[in-house]
Design a protein around this ligand. Sequence first.
Ligand code: PMP
Length: 291
Amino acid sequence: MRVYINGRFFPKEEAKISVFDHGLLYGDGVFEGIRCYKGVVFKLREHIDRLFESAHSLVLSIPLSKEKMIEAVLETVKVNRLKDAYIRVVVTRGEGDLGLDPYKCKHPTVIIIVDKIALYPPQMYKQGLEIITVPTIRNLPEALNPQIKSLNYLNNILAKIEAINAGYQEAIMLDSMGYIAECTGDNIFLVKKKELYTPPQCMGTLRGITRDTVLELASQLGIPVHEHVLTRHEMYISDEVFLTGTAAEIVPVVKVDGRVIGTGKPGEITLRLIEEFRKLVTREGIKVDYD
Ligand code: PMP
């Protein structure tokens, strides 16, 4: 494996950054997780746009143009000779002193890692997941907006710990009012009477690229979509629930907080969306030129 750091490639063992990097000391930085399917980097432009938006909000100036960042991602996939891969792009504040002041960090660190994709077990998609809501609420948008995909993921990690300690793989995080926000690394959708419902971004959710893709697919398939405030009760009585994310794609959920959802099996609309999503992933992206 060869890792990109600030324009150079290093073998995995030598891919290192300073212990004074504020990405490590304070979680001061931004990242993206991206998939490459059969040599096509899915929605690369959209991921790079979101990376730059996250950075802009943190007053973090990425030392590459968007086009150069896209080239660097494609080059890193090419150098690693992988057709199906998970790509992690990280931009940290860079090296500073032990104080918080980000203005003392003069050179952001740009890292691109391309690795084999660790696929989730196929039975997760066939049988569906059982998940729970957890006590840790999603960060308040007024404090640290979840739209910023920052390196500071402790809010999500706390929720993940609570889910795992209770014997579940994923957690639903509520907002400060008790409405559904999202999961620790995925967005959430409900289906009721063949219509889709998902929390709006103002509820403290990340604008997921898979979420946007599902919204596009639903409109192509003529499935009505509502971005709506959602309660746990509405979730418990819905016909289907599923999660969306770059790594997980679309995952059916069959039980939440001990309540069986619908028939207790992955629903018809979820399965249809999974099928359409799988067709789309090699069509919408930028091709890697392996020579
Ligand atoms: N919410 C959170 C908190 C996430 O970390 C992710 C994954 N990056 C998502 C939702 C899903 O976003 P995407 O579809 O862009 O991967």
